[in-house]
Design a protein around this ligand. Structure first.
Ligand SMILES: *Cc1c(COP(=O)(O)O)cnc(C)c1O
Length: 404
């Protein structure tokens, strides 16, 4: 079995020192990176209540990047500020049985369920925590469907930060328990994620603290780009396709950003085709991509809680990249997600949460339009142990002889 190891220590040639700054993804204005600045002041002043965030800032790099770059050097916080916990460097590996079953001989899994708190969110929390430490900030506040919260709680614990989280009462129990174990202060919101988000914003306005809200804090996008940088390093090239479970569109945006850094540096020749995979009951980005706008009244409903979003916070940024690089959106039913979850677990040994399994479901629904010799990466974003109740649906139903 071919395994491309993730956790290896490398003695690589260092890139020259890079300069980092923020650029507004809407108007192109540039700013110094500073904790008080989250969104572009001019563009965010046009913010309407029920639309994606306006004026999302993007970290830009200036300077040259060596072919053997060290990933941490491509991040806007110096290595010494990162907490002592092994985030990222997750394995990219070969699911032999899935390759045989699908006929795709260059299919890979990027297993981000192996991050310390069990999801890809750790990549964002890691950079945000390092930034807080560098800036002397002790309090971090986040709203979440569950994973961003448990992630910030865990990575925050490693960084000795105080973490306050806002999650819906309906969040899977394991994610709540994780957050409590890590010592975060948890506020249960009697409503959905979008309401938790509003409450957390009101809290930071009143009490201060660094917000780690996804997309709103630009470092959440930047932190997630490391998934793309690792895929590039592990393959030794860019893949042809990456399937990405998508809710708010921050992972999607972050993966685009990572490959864009590589494109700008001349290290890859083209942008891989990214597939934003959404649940049929939570597909605001896909709808906007095909029809041009976000519906303020849209209400999401899916078994895949981590991608259940009414108004995708990073919607405008995600759309911009999907259009700029001819990305694709695909939509999968809850039933397909649960089937993919079972298929992934039973053919590869990887037990992923429903949202993470959407990557495989999306690939299965799109594979007939893809050349079989393409290099395809499924980004598996979170562990199945985070939501055992959802996972029981497929197995119990099968025993009962029922479908769905
Ligand atoms: C957050 C999350 C996603 C979706 O990421 P967005 O940035 O909201 O699109 C997918 N899978 C898992 C497991 C997640 O925790």
């Amino acid at each position: 079995m071919e395994i491309i190891p993730g956790r290896r220590s490398t003695l690589l040639e260092r890139s020259g020192t890079l300069k980092f700054f923020y650029e507004c993804s809407e108007c192109g204005c540039t700013f110094e990176i500073q904790p008080e600045l989250m969104v572009c002041p001019a563009c965010s002043s046009k913010q309407q209540p029920d639309e994606p965030l306006r004026g999302v800032l993007e970290v830009r790099l200036e300077g040259s990047i060596a072919a053997d770059f060290d990933i941490v050097d491509l991040l806007p916080v110096e290595k010494k500020f990162f907490p002592p916990i092994p985030v990222g460097n997750t394995p990219l590996w070969t699911p032999i049985n899935l390759r045989k079953r699908t006929g795709f001989e260059n299919l890979f899994i990027k297993d981000d369920s192996l991050n310390p708190t069990g999801s890809l969110k750790d990549r964002a929390s890691y950079l945000v925590a390092a930034f807080a430490v560098r800036e002397g900030i002790s309090d971090v506040v986040v709203a979440s469907t569950g994973n961003a919260a448990s992630s910030m709680a865990g990575i925050g614990a490693a960084a000795a930060l105080r973490i306050k989280i806002f999650i819906p009462v309906s969040a899977p129990r394991a994610k709540r328990v994780q957050s409590l174990q890590y010592g975060a202060r948890v506020v249960l919101v009697d409503g959905n994620y979008d309401m938790a988000y509003e409450q957390s914003m009101a809290y930071t306005r009143e009490h201060g603290g660094l917000s780690r809200n996804t997309a709103y804090n630009p470092l959440t996008i930047e932190g997630k780009k490391t998934a793309a940088l690792e895929i590039y390093k592990q393959l030794g090239r860019a893949p042809d396709y990456v399937f990405i479970p998508t809710g708010d569109g921050v992972i999607l945006g972050g993966v685009y950003k990572g490959f864009r850094d590589l494109l700008d540096a001349g290290l890859i020749e083209g942008m891989p085709m990214l597939f934003a995979v959404q649940a049929a009951g939570s597909c605001a980005i896909l709808t906007a991509f095909r029809q041009g706008g976000f519906d303020p009244a849209y209400r999401s409903q899916t078994v895949a809680d981590s991608i259940a979003v009414d108004i995708p916070k990073n919607g405008y940024y995600a759309l911009k990249y999907l259009r700029m690089y001819d990305g694709q959106c695909s939509v999968v039913e809850d039933e397909e997600i649960l089937e993919a979850q079972k298929l992934l677990a039973s053919t590869t040994g990887l037990f992923a949460e429903p949202a993470a399994s959407a990557a495989l479901a999306g690939f299965l629904s799109a594979k007939d339009s893809i050349r079989k010799d393409s290099t395809v990466v499924l980004l598996v974003t979170g562990s199945g142990l985070k939501d055992v109740q959802a996972a029981m649906k497929a197995v119990v139903d099968e025993q009962d002889g029922e479908s769905g």
